[in-house]
Structures are given as structure tokens and as C-alpha cells.
Unconditional design. Structure first.
Length: 395
């Protein structure tokens, strides 16, 4: 199975200039190809595929206006056209919205190189059009004998440079089946609540740096748009704070998801539509900081690595209002209610632990019989299975 290993590197001035030119050319080619495909469909109802845009690229390079495209490696430019083709494939498959143009200020700066555009030997990576290898910080070793099939170079908004190497990892083998299953309820007071009763604290990474971030943002707002170097310096300061928050959050989620996948054969989660929850003006900031979507994404790809199963329970399943002891369904369950007593059997419940137990029961019912009916009554025995959602990653 293939796996990407990401490392930070420190380019020389010449390498940084070359990569910056490459990023700009990749963005230019992508936007021109998108405009050509959009125009062809709008005016002539004609679909333009990858091969046609590749021929367009060859013609563009021969013009005087776009001759500078010849100064960078051709491979990242071809890869940009392939990425555009993939974007249209997702669009026509109704898995994504219509492709958007790349922005010089807002879009991610990256370039993808395949095997014909780089040399890798003895932990030395040299890209096309460069005389010297990249100064990479090997924070962890690659698998023994690994040879990258794809290399992606990127620069984030904080000015940090990264290189991602896609290699075959023989260490990604299924773990022994331990028969353990756990239900996971996500929240804000506690990031995760497990059906075992364990609660994992929400670190609230953004709140820790909120005062420093606000001060940096105020300083940026005082810089005039045309204030060149000073505004760039202030913007970079804000970006570094955001990057630190993101790194802490991602590190925490990696540790949690790795432990869950290693300890459990089956993990049951709720199929939340986070983008809709973010429309709540009172909770949007906290929900964004919790990163529920990233948590689920990590669970899914790590489960695929190690032969585990992730089951997503229908988002309308009333896990919080359903008594895990008798199955009685409560009429209302406001968010401020954290503990409650069942009217049917008198059992006392912690709201989050009860939800995690209900999710686990529903997920196990799915794996056993594939039922898909939600309970519609308050009587005992009302609990039933919900549909299983196959693991997926949103584009």
C-alpha cells in the first residue's frame, strides 16, 4: 500500500526562486485549461478532455506571450492538467462542485513531480531544473529500500517549505483481529466520549492562542494594502500562529486516531455534516477548532491501512435521546442537558456516554444484519440498526 511521508526542507535562494516560478506556471496552466474547457462547453456544448488540454499546453509554449512556461519542468504542468481532469471527473460524478480558478493569494502553492522529473538516491532528492539536492530534515526514516513514485513540493502561508514523498510501505499490514468494538461520540466539552465511559478532553488549541492571534490580526489590519514589506511581515506573523494551532491540532488527532485504530477492530461514529453545523454562529468557532471532519478522515484511512472497520451511523439517528438501557425515546434533549433519567426504566445517563453506547449498538446491528430503520416511538425496544456508510474521503 502506498503512503505519503511529509518532511520540511530549507531551499536555497535559487531553489526557492525556481519553485516559486513553477508554482506560478502550474497555476497559470490550470486556470487557462479550466477557462478553455468552460468556454468550450458554454459556447459549443463540447467536452474537452485531458488529451486536448495537453495539446493546448504544447501550443501555448510555442507562443511568445507564454514562452516562459518552457523555463520550468514540464512534468508539474502536465500534472496540473491531470488534477483538473480529476476535478471534472468528481464534478460529473456529483461528488464535488464545479472546479474553481486558482488564486495567487489564496490557493495552495504546490507542484507535483513524477519519477521522470526527480532523482532520489541515498536520501538525496534532486528535482528537475535544479543542480543541488533539497536540504530535507529527515524527521523520520522512509521504509527500507523505498523509492518515491511521486514527489509533491509545497509552501504554506507561513513561508514553510514541505516535500511529500509517495512510497510503497510494506509496514502497512492488517493487525490481528482482537474483536473489540467501540462507539465514539464527538463533542465540544469533551472532544471524544467512548462507549467504555472514557472521555478525552478537548484541548481547544485555538483558544490557547486566541489573544496572541487577535493582537497579530489587529496589527495586520493597521497595515495599508499597499504597504508592501510591512504588510507581508504582519501577514506572515498571523500565518505562523495559525500554522502552530493547526500543527498542534493535527498532532493530537493523529495520536488519538492511531490509538483507537490499534486498540479496536470496529469503530462506530456518527455521520455528521460538519459544513452544515458550521452555520451555527454561536458554535462555529468551537466546531472548527474540534476538527471533527479531520478526525473521521484520519480514522478512515488508518482503518484501511490496518484492516479495521469504521461504521458511520445515520446523522438522524437519535443517539442522545435514546435510552441505551431500554430503548425508550425522549421527546426533547436540549444541549444544556448533560445528564438525564429515562422515563421508561428510570436509568440515569450521562448524555455523551449514552450516545456513544447507542452508536455502538447501532453500528454492531449494521454489521450483523444491515438493517436501516430508525426508531419512531418512545416505547422500550424502539432501538434499531441504522445504515452503514462505506468509508470514503471527500474530495
Amino acid at each position: 500500500m502506498k503512503r505519503a511521508f511529509k518532511y520540511r526542507f530549507y531551499p536555497t535562494d535559487a531553489q526557492a526562486a525556481e519553485l516559486s516560478r513553477t508554482f506560478g506556471c502550474v497555476r497559470k496552466v490550470y486556470n487557462m485549461a479550466l477557462a478553455a474547457r468552460t468556454e468550450a462547453w458554454t459556447l459549443r456544448q463540447e467536452r474537452v478532455n485531458y488529451n486536448a488540454t495537453s495539446a493546448m499546453l504544447t501550443a501555448w509554449k510555442k507562443t511568445e506571450e507564454l514562452a516562459y512556461l518552457n523555463e520550468v519542468s514540464s512534468v508539474p504542468l502536465q500534472q496540473a492538467l491531470r488534477h483538473l481532469q480529476a476535478a471534472f471527473t468528481h464534478f460529473f460524478g456529483k461528488r464535488a462542485k464545479y472546479p474553481r480558478f486558482k488564486s495567487r493569494k489564496r490557493s495552495r502553492k504546490s507542484a507535483e513531480y513524477t519519477t521522470s522529473a526527480f532523482r532520489f538516491s541515498d536520501d538525496r532528492l534532486t528535482l528537475a531544473k535544479m543542480a543541488e539536492p533539497l536540504d530535507i530534515v529527515w524527521s523520520r526514516p522512509l521504509p527500507a529500500g523505498a523509492q518515491p513514485s511521486t514527489v509533491t513540493v509545497s509552501e504554506d502561508t507561513a513561508g514553510r517549505w514541505f516535500v511529500s514523498l509517495l512510497v510503497e510501505d510494506p509496514g502497512l499490514t492488517p493487525l490481528p483481529d482482537n474483536g473489540s468494538a467501540v462507539g465514539v461520540d464527538v463533542g465540544l466539552d469533551h472532544l471524544l466520549t467512548l462507549s467504555t465511559g472514557q472521555k478525552i478532553t478537548n484541548p481547544r488549541h485555538e483558544r490557547r492562542d486566541r489573544a496572541q492571534l487577535a493582537e497579530a490580526q489587529r496589527e495586520l489590519s493597521r497595515k495599508a494594502p499597499g504597504d508592501g514589506a510591512n504588510r507581508a511581515k504582519a501577514r506572515r506573523k498571523v500565518a505562523r500562529i495559525h500554522a502552530r494551532i493547526t500543527d498542534r491540532r493535527r498532532d493530537h488527532l493523529h495520536k488519538i486516531t492511531t490509538r483507537l485504530v490499534r486498540d479496536n477492530q470496529t469503530i462506530v461514529v456518527e455521520d455528521l455534516t460538519v459544513r452544515n453545523l458550521l452555520k451555527n454562529g454561536h458554535l462555529a468557532r468551537a466546531i472548527s477548532d474540534a476538527a471533527w471532519r479531520e478526525f473521521r478522515s484520519m480514522l478512515e484511512y488508518k482503518a484501511a491501512w490496518y484492516g479495521r472497520a469504521v461504521i458511520a451511523v445515520d446523522r438522524w439517528f437519535p443517539s442522545s435521546k435514546l435510552c441505551s438501557a431500554c430503548g425508550a425515546l425522549q421527546e426533547r434533549m436540549p444541549l444544556q442537558v448533560r445528564t438525564w433519567t429515562c422515563d421508561g426504566c428510570g436509568a440515569s445517563h450521562d448524555r455523551d456516554v449514552n450516545a456513544a453506547n447507542n452508536l455502538l449498538a447501532a453500528g454492531l446491528a449494521v454489521s450483523a444484519c444491515g438493517a436501516g430503520v430508525r426508531p419512531q416511538r418512545r416505547t422500550p425496544g424502539g432501538q434499531s440498526a441504522t445504515k452503514q456508510e462505506s468509508p470514503r474521503r471527500e474530495p
